[in-house]
Design a protein around this ligand. Structure first.
Ligand SMILES: *Cc1c(COP(=O)(O)O)cnc(C)c1O
Length: 419
């Protein structure tokens, strides 16, 4: 008798204990590079004169090579990369920046930190920005758009770039969740005026905290550089910065973090190759099931492939499917209704919806430069809420064996057959 015939025996009884994608790989390469920083006694990138020996410099060089960008700027977080990119692009008071309704709240926060106003638009069945919603949200105040490659899935970049170019809008890519992804053969982060990466621990590769900005634009790079360290010109007298200085934050990356990010980033191609093999095998083994619809992936070859998502016809069915799949031994989750205020969903971005800043008297919405009148409400993006509400997600891992992969497929097929 096969497991399919014994309804009460879970497909999988073996524990499912894969760690995070990033820190699970910590090994000799990470130890060697981090310990070398201690041996060198150089934990600040601008200590000493040989700047090319700095780990932050080496990390920047790696990201220039990986993305083909002219410039790369290492920073201390993905959020810092986004803020620096926006400030670098000249986004500021009076400007609107279009962001998708499904992204980590940091995307919208970065816009506000740059003193601009976020405009929230629908995601479609790829769970990334709907290009039509982007175009419909453009106003005379729109300066930039931030497509976010959520859950490792590349956005519909052809449409987004075409609209942005035609309407004169700056594209800043949020690649925090899609390091190593591509679209039609080109690395994510290389499409926009700037691309922004994160090395926080939940991402594909980590330094605990850290980020990277890549760009071909000399002015954006110079301004982002000034903003990420207003003393930059002082630390690096030979830097080719031809923009007038202005006050910035301190978003500099520590050498220890840079060394860790460097060791981890060298693993990206191998990690993504493993994940792609696992996901494409699972997808082809469940593609025929009529009970649900798979997430639409704008370029499956470019998917980082650590997330498998499918939609049930109703949110109630998604909840039931998710529970039954868990009983078969496959950890999974719904996305839209997990019983907590998931800050990846715009309806939980309370301070944005309530237009609250650090000071009530002076916010990007009430400042004199802003002539627009953006409105928010928790139900303003019903399509996004509908897709998220009907979604079931399974996190994939590079260490999954053929047996693990088969367990996922068999559990999904068994659950679907009983549905
Ligand atoms: C994690 C994340 C960020 C922010 O990165 P941090 O390094 O945590 O600042 C921004 N956007 C998205 C989509 C993210 O997932």
């Amino acid at each position: 008798m096969t497991q399919h015939e014994t309804d009460h025996t879970p497909v999988r009884t073996k524990p499912w204990n894969f760690g995070l994608l990033s820190s699970e790989e910590f090994g000799e390469a990470e130890k060697e590079l981090v310990l070398a920083v201690l041996d060198k006694k150089r934990v600040f990138r601008f200590l000493g004169s040989d700047k090319e020996q700095s780990e932050a410099f080496k990390l920047e060089r790696l990201y220039r090579e990986r993305t083909g960008a002219k410039h790369a700027l290492a920073v201390n977080a993905g959020t810092s990369a986004l803020v620096s990119a926006l400030i670098g692009a000249g986004v500021g008071p009076g400007d609107e920046v279009i962001v998708p309704a499904y992204t980590y709240i940091a995307t919208a926060a970065a816009v506000l930190i740059a003193r601009a106003v976020p405009v929230i638009v629908e995601a479609d069945d790829s769970l990334t920005m709907d290009p039509k919603a982007f175009e419909a949200a453009i106003t005379p105040y729109t300066k930039a758009v931030i497509p976010v490659h959520m859950r490792g899935v590349p956005c519909r970049m052809d449409e987004i770039i075409e609209i942005a170019d035609r309407r004169g809008i700056i594209v800043i890519e949020d690649v925090a969740q899609a390091n190593g992804g591509s679209y039609k053969g080109r690395p994510l982060g290389s499409f926009g005026r700037a691309g922004c990466f994160s090395f926080q621990q939940y991402k594909l590769v980590t330094a605990g905290e850290g980020g990277m900005l890549v760009t071909n634009d000399d002015t954006l790079y110079a301004r982002a550089n000034i903003y990420h360290d207003s003393a930059f010109v002082y630390w690096d007298m030979n830097a080719d910065i031809r923009q007038p200085p202005f006050p910035g934050e301190n978003y500099r990356l520590s050498e220890i973090n840079a060394a860790l990010a460097l060791a981890q980033s060298k693993r990206i191609e191998a990690l993504v190759a493993k994940l792609r093999r696992i996901k494409s095998w699972i997808v082809s083994a469940i593609a025929d099931l009529p009970q649900f619809k798979l997430q639409s992936i704008p370029d499956p070859q470019g998917d980082v492939s650590y997330s498998l998502v499918f939609y049930l016809p109703t949110s109630e069915q998604a909840r039931r499917f998710s529970q039954r799949l868990a009983r078969e031994g496959i950890p999974n989750g719904t996305i839209g209704n997990n019983g907590f205020a998931d800050r990846h969903i715009y309806k939980n971005w309370t301070y944005v919806l309530e237009k609250r800043g650090a000071s009530e008297r002076d916010t990007p919405w009430n400042c004199a430069s802003y002539k627009g009148n953006v409105q928010y409400s928790p139900d303003m993006c019903p399509n996004t809420l509908d897709w998220l509400g009907r979604a079931v997600a399974i996190g994939l891992h590079q260490h999954m064996t053929e047996q693990d992969r088969d367990d996922v497929v068999n559990a999904i097929r068994k659950t679907a057959a009983a549905f």
